[in-house]
Design a protein around this ligand. Structure first.
Ligand code: RAM
Length: 335
């Protein structure tokens, strides 16, 4: 009897060890690192949720979610160096600089790691593909149009952006400036562009600075979820609700209160969960060497369907959605 117990215990222990061993090795496991601009940003937390959703569907995919504490290229370079040593299969990055990261992502690709950028892009030579949330012209024009609507098409406006090197914000600012040249916006004047580095406190200070040094300011456009939140708070704290309007790109969950306070009438954004989800699928397709995963081809992005990759290696998701008093509460439960 005693012997039987010992044998049974030994068999059970062996089985457990075998299971544990399997888990460690997991030969088919694909490791996809999502490197974001910085940690602690609700937008990227939502993208992470999407990445995890995709990983669950794809099976055998592990997501390593990482990023520097403040949005710098140096911080991301350090992280990528470590991901190269860890031999991850793919890196999905929202870049803090289009060019500064290219040497390190090239090194990663030379070691067989599939690098794709999403949200904020890398220069073409530094990645296999860039997944844009939407068309850049649409995003830029939309923000000018929302500002014009809020201030009756005339007056001084300013931009509060993320970091000065951010690829995505700089492209959108370029489009905004071009859009302002159109005759219908002739009475709107861009008086300043400042950078809050996607840090709440710095963005808040920059917004206060804009309000105090531009007494005739009518609108602040913040093409960043961190900036729009901070600028709205600054307008409320400076008792300027109704005099200065904030608009741009925000998360409904962070902006609902500001819409109610009147600091914001309308703002826009795409679905960051879907963006992180599709970017993960894109990385998976490249890891699996899918024949269509190439410029001029497409990626298959699960519930998001197929996304075309243009000749420059870029793909884009859906147009941004607009939020106001009527729908902000509903969406604030999602992202
Ligand atoms: C911030 C980041 C991100 C941008 C959004 C709109 O969260 O800068 O890159 O896409 O705003």
């Amino acid at each position: 009897m005693k012997l039987r117990k010992i044998v049974l215990a030994a068999v059970a222990a062996g089985l457990l060890a075998a299971i544990a061993g399997c888990k460690e090795k997991a030969p088919d496991q694909i490791r996809i690192a999502m490197v974001v601009k910085n940690l602690g940003n609700g937008f990227f937390d939502a993208a992470h949720t999407g990445a995890r959703d995709a990983a669950k569907e794809l099976k055998n995919v592990e997501i390593i979610y990482t990023g520097p504490t403040t949005p710098s290229a140096e911080g991301q370079i350090e992280i990528i160096n470590s991901l190269i040593s860890q031999k991850v299969n793919a890196i999905v990055i929202s870049a803090n600089d289009p060019n500064a990261l290219v040497p390190i992502t090239k090194k990663a690709m030379a070691r067989g790691i599939k690098v794709i950028s999403f949200d904020s892009g890398l220069a073409p030579e530094g990645r296999l593909m860039q997944l844009n949330p939407s068309n850049a012209d649409l995003i830029g024009e939309k923000q000018i149009q929302m500002a014009a609507d809020a201030i009756g098409g005339q007056g001084e406006i300013a931009i509060l952006s993320a970091s000065a090197q951010a690829t995505n914000q700089n492209i959108w600012i370029g489009v905004m400036k071009k859009t302002l040249e159109k005759p219908e916006y002739a009475k709107m004047k861009l008086v300043a562009t400042v950078y809050g580095d996607d840090q709440s406190d710095k963005s808040y200070r920059e917004a206060i600075g804009l309000l105090r040094s531009n007494p005739h300011l009518k609108a602040i456009i913040a093409p960043t979820t961190v900036g729009i939140n901070a600028a709205s708070k600054a307008v409320v704290d400076e008792h300027l609700v109704g005099k200065v309007f904030v608009t741009g790109l925000g998360l409904p969950s962070e902006m609902a209160g500001h819409v109610k306070s009147g600091a914001v009438r309308e703002f826009a954004i795409w679905n960051p969960i879907d963006l992180g989800y599709a970017a993960t699928y894109a990385a998976y397709d490249f890891v699996k060497n899918q024949p269509t995963a190439r410029p001029g081809g497409s990626i298959s992005a699960g519930r998001m369907g197929s996304i075309a990759i243009d000749d420059k290696g870029e793909g884009a998701m859906a147009p941004p959605f607009t939020y106001d008093r009527g729908n902000v509460d509903k969406f604030s439960k999602i992202f």
